[in-house]
Structures are given as C-alpha cells and as structure tokens.
Design a protein around this ligand. Structure first.
Ligand SMILES: [Zn+2]
Ligand SMILES: [Zn+2]
Length: 390
C-alpha cells in the first residue's frame, strides 16, 4: 500500500501466508502450545537466531544482535494461544482441532513477528539487541505474567517492550493507540448464595436463594451507577446464574458469576469493596449466607508516552501519518501484555484489519493482507529505536 511496506517482506507474502494458515489449522490453548511453539522455534532457528525455550512452559525468546555495535535492548512480543471456540468457517485452513480456534488472530501475530525476525536476521543493520518474545496463554490465563515471574526481564533485560494486536472493523492498515491506560484491568467473581430449600408451594418454610440472587443482580448495578465517579469508566457484569432443578422446588443454593473491569486502580479497590458490602448486605437481608470468591486478574495496560511516540513514528513510517489514530478510545477488553508493561516501559498498538467478523467470533479469520504491514512495522520500529532511522 505505502512506501513504508518493505518490498523484500512483501515479496515473501505467499510464504508468510502459508505459515499463518498452517498455524491456524493447529489452534492450541493456554500453556499447551506445544506444536505451535515447536513450529515458531524451528522458523527462528532457520533464520540463524538462538532460541531460549521453557519460559512459562511453551514460551520462546529469540535474540538478535545488531551489526552496528552496542545499544539498548528491546523486546517485541507476540502471543501464541488460541481459544475454546468451535470454528464455523469453511476455510481450507480452518481448525483441525474440535472446539479450539485461532479466533483472536494470534496466528497472525506470530507470523508478523516471524516475518520481521526473518528480515532483521538477514539485515541486522541496527545498534543494540532485539529479543523476539513468543508468549503462551494470553487469553484468561496470564502467560505474560508467568513469563515475567519466571525471569523474562532478568534473563533478557530490556529498556522497552512493544506489542501489537490486529483489530477488525477499523479502516484497514491504520494503527490505533493511546497514551496511558488503553486496555482495562479485569477481575472475576463468584457468589454462592445458600438459603434453605423447600416445596415451592411453601415459600414461608424456605430461605429462597433465587429471590436473593435476583435482588443481588439488581443491587449490584448501583456499584457503577452510584459509587464509581461518573468520569471513571467501569463495568460490573453478572454473566451466569445457576440454581434450581425443577418446577416445584425452591433450591438450597444459587451461584452467580461475572466480571468487573475498569482503568483506574483506585476504582478497582472501590468496586471490590462495594461488591463485597452489597453481597453481604443483600444476603443478610434475606437471612441467606453468601460465600464470595473475588479474583484479581489482569492489570490495566498502560502505554508510556515516549515509547508510544516511537511506536507511532514507526507506524507512520509504515502506513503514512494520516493512518494513525492516536487518541483511540480505551478498550474495556483486557490484555496480559499489561504484566510486561508493569515491569518495563513500552507501548501497545492495534493494527486495523478492515471490515469482518470481530475477535472471538466463530466466523473470524486473521486478515493475511496485514502480514507485510505488521512485519514492516516491527522492522521500522527496530530502526526507530535502535537506528539508523529509515
Ligand atoms: Zn483474544
Ligand atoms: Zn488476542
């Protein structure tokens, strides 16, 4: 499309697309990315790069030193895992594993970073070091956290880390980002309401957990609407209610589950505190008891201004400054690259893939036309940070 797409990478588009489609046929979920990791490692070694295995199980780090001398080290990260979704496309390269699917485009993320590694290994014209980080278990299970805990940045110290995600339904080839919090923190919760079962015709003999649960779902709506300051984005959603087995019996127990999200860590503390108070209060009002499991999952992903500038400069060099969306609205989705950005400064951008099914949809497929764009972005980013500027 633009002059910033490297012709040498574009010339390899057929081969890179074949890699991506091969990975798409083999979706593997959290920490089970064995064949995926083996494929990626084999490619990296074929480019002449040493590969460090075993971080977070299937995680990989390949290292490339520039031939222009000493300089800082940076990490470029791609995620490797798929989702527990049954693919509903009829593509020739559709999933061959029942119930699993690359529905978030991590097959494309691996391919774009591999294509960049291939190009940079052939032309290491920069000063410093690039670590190509391939991370397991981005979805739900926090593989990024595990890599950090197992010493990713102790073994491979870096001055900055960068991540990239494809993004459907924004103009093809544009890059989206924002300074500060860009993806939400998220927590999960489970409430077990225990009352006393009885015949449905004798409610006065029961402590009804169904009525308690119904009231609780309503009462929890006031956390965001009445307790969180209106200028702070936040979500608290009950996604599951389980209880009862038949028409004429009030059950003993009802289980509710759901999620909370936001950007500000103080709002996180506030939501958890209000949640606990309301659950306890509503249960007590009905004479029921409530057991709460509340788990903090990913932190918010926070872009640092200096690294974001580097990322946007490289993106602008790749697709032209008019295709940069620098003030994208923050996303309520979560992204575990946040754990890496808690340890080192860095930036995360989204690369728009044009119209099509959204992420995590059973009809989704990564747009292969993005491969040369994303791979060229990575190469241009290395040159912006480690020189010489293109
Ligand atoms: Zn996802
Ligand atoms: Zn994803």
């Amino acid at each position: 499309m633009q002059h910033g797409i490297l012709t040498e990478i574009e010339a390899r588009a057929g081969e890179h697309t074949a890699w991506r489609r091969h990975l798409h046929t083999l979706p593997e979920t959290a920490f089970e990315e064995l064949r995926t990791s083996a494929f990626v490692a084999e490619k990296l070694e074929s480019f002449g790069l040493p590969v460090h295995r075993g971080l977070a199980g299937t995680g990989l780090v390949a290292t490339l030193k520039g031939r222009l001398g000493e300089g800082p080290a940076i990490a470029l990260r791609a995620d490797m895992d798929a989702l527990d979704i049954h693919e509903e496309t009829n593509l020739p390269w559709r999933s061959t594993i029942a119930g699993k699917m690359h529905a978030c485009g991590h097959d494309g993320h691996m391919t774009m970073l591999l294509a960049a590694a291939e190009h940079l290994a052939a032309h290491p014209d920069f000063a410093g070091t690039v670590h190509f980080v391939f991370q397991p278990a981005e979805e739900n299970e926090g593989g990024g956290k595990v890599m950090v805990e197992q010493g990713l940045f102790d073994t491979f110290p870096v001055s900055a880390a960068y991540g990239l995600h494809n993004w459907p339904n924004a103009p093809f080839g544009s890059f989206l980002g924002r300074s500060g919090a860009m993806f939400a923190w998220f927590d999960i919760f489970e409430v077990t309401i225990t009352g006393r079962g009885a015949h449905a015709a004798m409610p006065h003999k029961a402590i009804d957990p169904v009525v308690t649960a119904a009231e609780l779902v309503g009462a929890l709506q006031s956390v965001v609407s009445r307790s969180v300051p209106p200028h702070e984005p936040a979500v608290l959603t009950v996604t599951q209610i389980h209880g009862g087995e038949t028409w004429n019996v009030i059950p003993d127990e009802v289980v509710l589950r759901g999620t909370a999200r936001g950007f500000n860590p103080e709002v996180r503390d506030l939501i958890e505190a209000r949640f606990r108070d309301i659950v306890a209060g509503v249960a007590a009002a009905h004479g029921a008891s409530a057991r709460i499991r509340y788990e903090r999952r990913y932190p918010a992903l926070v872009n640092m201004p200096a690294e974001l500038e580097q990322a946007f400069a490289a993106a602008g060099a790749t697709v032209g400054g008019e295709h940069l969306i620098r003030d994208a609205a923050p996303f309520m989705a979560a992204e575990d690259f946040a754990y890496m950005l808690e340890r080192v400064p860095g930036a995360y951008l989204c690369l728009a893939s044009g119209p099509g099914p959204n992420l995590h949809n059973a009809h989704y497929d990564f747009n292969d036309a993005l491969i040369p764009v994303g791979a060229s972005y990575w190469v241009n980013l290395v040159h912006h940070v480690l020189g010489p500027a293109a």
